[in-house]
Ligand binder design. Structure first.
Ligand SMILES: Nc1nc2c(c(=O)[nH]1)N[C@H]1C(S)=C(S)[C@@H](COP(=O)(O)O)O[C@H]1N2
Ligand SMILES: [Mo]
Length: 454
């Protein structure tokens, strides 16, 4: 049976019971008043709580009436002996976090061997995607390749073709850098209309890691590459998908393109290309060739299948745009977001992610009234080039319907467009490269829905 691909853009309605079944519903702690009140009452509660176990330890087991037993009574873990060190040697998340998972989108036909999994953005903090939650996109399945048998070849316009073992690559000077990777098809289904209910499925084909490896320029130089006449590099993956992409030399000469073996302090995960993948900062995911086995230096673009017929954008005039390289400036509020529920009026931290394939995020504005008024969010530091940036902003919900949006601006001055602005330029028949402003509707009952404003 042919696997349904994200690229078809066909969508299904999410099953009615989808949210609760999926364990996505997030419930917020009750909090009243503004930020200062909120913080003050939080401190007061903590101070009251701190005294209690001491009092109990001194032989006063009677909790004051109405007190919270979870702070007043000594729990099992305060009395017994905890576990010894984990014997399997590799730590796992708490069992109470088992709903934080990569998932198949309900907007795509469900298959037994799925080819896309989405990262649970609604559950993540900061900018680093834990490696086990990194989104996945496999054109021909994934493999766990024996690194001792993996080879990397540089050929084409070079003095002599050169083959590297992993050991040879890993003794070369390395760099470590934080970058996002976004599939060109991220947010694809939303071109038509609202397609999926949660941020995991609207935006979950993005992840951010610290990658470690050798700049591709170093490996080209070692092979005696003709850097004057070589204009493009063909990158080729080692598994059966014939994943080949053209990378312009301009990106490689800057030293930004990395032949990476490391991800978040350890070797790449097999799903993400172990033992070697290309890191092409700012460029759509498809160019980040996994299981990288060869680069060829040439003097013109290669027009491979994945750039001639895939990852192209049908323009309003009927022409196709090919070789879309940079992922343009984009952002999304990850909490509160679709599928979550606000339990009560009062203070909430609105948080989200912003990124640009062209460089750093300069600012993120947030609106809670569908774009009529905007306030600048706080950007967490450091703000890094072609990496995710985390933003936060205070909000006091008055219990009335609210439309939450974020709008990012990058350091080139590019401002993330509305759907109206994007469609005015790109038309409506695109699949890839949707960077429009996302809207979340907070309803009076606290439930949050994915909506599009026309
Ligand atoms: N060899 C190989 N490289 C590949 C792919 C693939 O299927 N095979 N998929 C590409 C696509 S379309 C994307 S979006 C990213 C996904 O990387 P990830 O699975 O690590 O998230 O890898 C790219 N590199
Ligand atoms: Mo992709």
């Amino acid at each position: 049976m042919k696997q349904q691909d994200i690229t078809s853009g066909r969508v299904q309605k999410a099953p009615e019971n989808f949210l609760s079944k999926d364990g996505i519903k997030t419930v917020f702690a009750e909090a009243r008043g503004g930020r200062r009140d909120f913080i003050r009452s939080a401190f007061a509660a903590a101070a009251a709580g701190a005294a209690a176990p001491l009092a109990m330890a001194q032989g006063n087991p009677v909790p004051p009436e109405g007190g919270d037993p979870f702070i007043l009574e000594l729990p099992e873990h305060a009395k017994g002996l905890g576990l010894g060190v984990a014997t399997d040697g590799y730590g796992k998340p708490s069992k109470f976090e088992s709903n934080v998972q990569r998932r198949q989108s309900p907007g795509l036909t469900q298959t037994t061997q799925a080819s896309v999994s989405f990262a649970p953005l609604q559950s993540l903090f900061g900018i680093v995607t834990p490696s086990g939650l990194h989104f996945e996109r496999h054109h021909q399945g994934w493999w766990d390749i024996d690194p001792s048998k993996h080879r990397f070849m540089v050929n084409g316009m070079v003095k002599a073709a050169k083959v590297f073992t992993m050991d040879e690559i890993m003794r070369l000077p390395s760099v470590s850098r934080f970058h996002f990777i976004e599939c060109g098809a991220n947010t694809a289904a939303e071109w038509g209309n609202v397609a999926v209910p949660t941020v995991q499925y609207t935006h979950g084909m993005i992840s951010c890691s610290e990658f470690t490896g050798v700049p591709l320029i170093t490996l080209l130089e070692l092979a005696g590459a003709d850097l004057k006449n070589g204009k493009f590099v063909l990158a080729e993956g080692g598994e059966g998908s014939s994943m080949t992409r053209t990378i312009p030399m301009s990106l490689i000469l800057s030293g930004e393109v990395i032949v990476a073996y490391g991800q978040n302090g350890e070797m790449l995960r097999p799903e993400n290309g172990y033992p070697l993948r290309l890191v092409v900062p700012g460029v759509q995911g498809v160019s980040w060739v996994k299981y990288l086995r060869r680069v060829e230096l040439g003097d013109k673009p290669y027009a491979t299948k994945d750039e001639a017929i895939h990852y192209i954008d049908l323009q309003p005039d009927g022409m196709h745009r090919q070789y879309t390289n940079l992922q343009e400036c984009k952002s999304v509020v990850t909490t509160p977001s679709g599928g979550q529920v606000l339990l009560d009026k009062g203070f909430y931290n609105i948080t989200g992610l912003a990124w640009s394939g062209k460089g750093k995020i300069r600012k993120v504005d947030v609106s809670v009234d569908g774009g009529r008024n905007w306030r600048p969010a706080r950007l967490e530091t450091p703000v890094m080039s072609k990496a995710l940036s985390r933003f936060n902003i205070d909000w006091v919900w008055d219990g009335k319907p609210a439309l939450i949006q974020s709008r990012a601006t990058d350091d080139t001055g590019f401002v993330q467009p509305t759907y109206k602005q994007l469609r005015a330029v790109r038309g409506t028949r695109s699949i890839y490269h949707n960077n429009a402003i996302q809207s979340w509707l907070v309803q009076e009952n606290g439930e949050i829905k994915n909506v599009q404003l026309s």
